[in-house]
Write a protein that binds this ligand. Structure first.
Ligand SMILES: [Zn+2]
Length: 215
């Protein structure tokens, strides 16, 4: 527990330092357009946009259950597996100080430090709880993050309860307004809500909902 506390304290210090800068590199650039974290064109159920812990705080999470049950990298980057006593979860770090997170995956097919292209298979959507949390029904709990530096992204051994509250408050990046697979996601007033708007034709899907994620 001491190690966890010191790591968290270091993270908080790093975040404080980053916030002190008027224009940190990560916040100066626009968040890149992402692919869906699954194969486009298939049926997907999304439980909607929510806070990482599903309760309070920045809504940096959205759940997806694609028909084929396969989670894929939403953007090219470097895999950073986060290890806990209960197993691993997948994060991918992207140029510009961005991170995408993929929680609940089973059968993880990538290794720590591996470079992946957008669309690379990460694993199967599932109910895994490597660092805690909860899940009802196989899905990927997809999250967005900013990282002021590499040290801030070391979440080895950090419980989901802390990731989804303290860390999310400092580093969570809202899903609202981000583009995935040519669709713009928006959060709603409530947890697990929002919309997905297909930019090509203006189709709006209310979340939670099931739709075909056509490009
Ligand atoms: Zn979720």
């Amino acid at each position: 527990m001491v190690n966890l506390f010191l790591r968290a304290a270091g993270l908080a210090a790093a975040v404080t330092a980053a916030v002190g800068l008027a224009a940190a590199p990560a916040s100066a650039a626009a968040f890149p357009a992402l692919a869906w974290p699954f194969d486009a064109g298939q049926q997907v159920y999304s439980a909607g946009v929510h806070s990482d812990d599903g309760g309070t705080g920045v809504k940096n999470a959205v759940d997806f259950s694609p028909a084929d049950g396969t989670a894929r990298a939403a953007l090219a980057g470097t895999v950073r597996l986060q290890h806990c006593a209960g197993g691993d979860w997948v994060t991918v770090d992207h140029p510009g100080g961005w991170r995408t997170g993929y929680y609940h995956l089973e059968g993880i097919q990538v290794t720590d430090g591996e470079h992946v292209e957008a669309g690379a298979v990460l694993g199967s959507t599932g109910n895994a709880l490597p660092c805690g949390g909860s899940s009802t029904g196989a899905h990927v709990h997809f999250t967005l993050w900013t990282l002021p530096d590499a040290a801030a992204g070391d979440w080895d051994g950090v419980a989901f309860a802390r990731i989804s509250t303290t860390v999310a408050a400092a580093l969570g990046e809202p899903i609202d307004g981000k583009t995935l697979g040519g669709w713009r996601l928006a959060e709603g007033a409530k947890q697990y809500s929002g919309t997905a708007t297909h930019l090509a034709d203006g189709t709006v899907v209310q979340l939670p909902g099931r739709f075909r994620a056509i490009p």
